[in-house]
Design a protein around this ligand. Structure first.
Ligand code: ASP
Length: 446
């Protein structure tokens, strides 16, 4: 069997494993890291750029098509309302799991004081950059979130992927107005966005053809660039607590999804696996979004109008993995620095980690910036805050990779549940590699 005949998630897994082995080998020779960053890493960077390139056209096309396909607007507000409720519910569940884990395992009691000193001097500079970034994010008024939703200019909103919510706002507005036109004026625009949507989905398929090679490049570069792996073992219990919490969260999605939609865990994982593996390799829900949408729609049976709203909104505001990690990290830092937390502080963590995860950008390392807000809310003094952040910095990247997997799995789960609740969930549609290629026309001789 040829490599390209394997199912996509196997191809990607093989690419990842080969990338890790190659990265380890390259870090063993002096010229290895330069070779990887000059000649291998660019393949991964191009892949991420391609995914980001199509994210905005994908949201516009699929959301306008989705909204304008709805028979009535009441259905749209139902989808919107249920999405928000489920996103908040799963986030609170995630934080609660994180808090339970970290209070039971108590990883903070395992870190020796010489390790604290060594780590805090090594990562001081990085920690203060994160604190500054968090303060900038915090200086906003309470209604700023809603003001920021409305773009002043469509083109400037669409020219920056960080403005995803503004683009979503425009597309919904456009779709609703389109719904209100008479049939004669509606038709050409609907046909246009319908075709555009199909086209962008095809572009996702084409980009995914290089995914196995791209993840090879991304992971090889990550491993070859890692410094001082010895710190990993000093923070092993903390990392393990986050990983266990994330695993429980994944289990929660599988059970919830099975109970509500009837999809078997294996079926769900087979459908969503390529997106999960990309989330792991890129550490970015935003970069993974086109693939999450494609998998949810074309493999898990969620109809376009639900997927095109729930997935992009989720990529921007629903980060269950991030909120779970923020809860564990906040309590871990308090444990290490012998800062007592009351029950009320733990409730504050639930509230602030919910808001902090909503505010985290869907890019690598964003969750750690917003962690500052959680730490400040429980009253950790500024000097301890810097040490605390420095402490978890060394293991943040691998944990970021894992929490991003949970972030996108949460979006996919909620998409399926919302779709089921409004009668827009079809059966899972397993697809094979050959479905990505145009079919040969059969001739009478065949
Ligand atoms: N990297 C995460 C994401 O893109 C955010 C974070 O937790 O840092 O979903």
């Amino acid at each position: 069997m040829k490599f390209t005949q394997l199912e996509l998630h196997w191809q990607i897994l093989i690419g990842m494993a080969a990338g890790i082995v190659f990265g380890v080998l390259m870090s063993a020779v002096s010229w290895g890291p330069t070779l990887v960053s000059d000649w291998i890493k660019p393949v991964g960077t191009i892949f991420i750029r391609l995914l980001k390139l199509i994210a905005i056209p994908l949201i516009i096309a699929s959301l306008i098509k989705g909204v304008s396909d709805l028979q009535d607007l009441a259905k749209f507000s139902k989808i919107g309302g249920r999405t928000v409720v489920l996103y908040i519910f799963t986030t609170v569940v995630a934080i609660t799991i994180g808090l339970l884990m970290v209070n039971v395992i108590k990883p903070g009691t395992t870190v020796k004081s010489e390790v604290i000193e060594r780590i805090s001097s090594q990562y001081e500079a990085e920690a203060s950059t994160k604190v500054e970034a968090a303060h900038k994010a915090k200086e906003r008024g309470p209604l700023q979130f809603f003001v920021d939703l409305v773009p002043e200019n469509f083109f400037s909103a669409a020219s920056d992927n960080r403005n995803m919510l503004q683009v979503i706002f425009f597309a919904i507005f456009f779709g609703i107005a389109l719904l209100m036109l008479d049939e004669q004026h509606q038709r050409p625009l609907k046909d246009f966005f319908d075709s555009l949507n199909e086209l962008v989905m095809k572009m996702v398929d084409l980009i995914m053809l290089i995914a196995p090679y791209a993840v090879f490049a991304l992971l090889a570069a990550l491993i070859a660039e890692t410094q001082d792996p010895s710190l990993f073992s000093a923070l092993a219990w903390y990392a393990l607590t986050v990983v266990l919490g994330l695993a429980v969260m994944l289990g929660f999605y599988l059970v919830l999804n099975y109970v509500v939609t009837g999809i078997r865990p294996v079926q769900f994982l087979r459908g969503i696996a390529p997106a999960q593996l990309l989330a792991f390799s890129t550490s970015s829900s935003a970069a993974t979004l086109p693939v999450t949408m494609e998998r949810v729609e074309e493999h898990l049976g969620v109809e376009g109008e639900v997927a095109s709203f729930v997935c992009p909104v989720g990529a921007t505001v629903n980060m269950d993995g991030t909120s779970l990690y923020q809860a564990v990290a906040a309590v871990f830092i308090a444990q290490v620095l012998a800062f007592d937390l009351t029950f009320q502080d733990q409730l504050t963590i639930i509230l602030t980690a919910t808001l902090a995860s909503i505010g985290s950008a869907a890019v690598p390392g964003a969750g750690m910036i917003m962690l500052v807000i959680v730490l400040e809310a429980i009253g950790l003094p500024a000097d301890k805050l810097a040490i605390g952040l420095a402490l978890i910095f060394a293991v943040d990247r691998p944990l970021d990779m894992l929490r991003t997997v949970i972030n996108i799995s949460g979006d996919a789960t909620v998409a399926m549940i919302v779709a089921k609740s409004v009668g827009k969930l079809g059966p899972p549609r397993p697809k094979h590699w050959w479905d990505h290629y145009p079919k040969k026309k059969s001739t009478p001789a065949d």
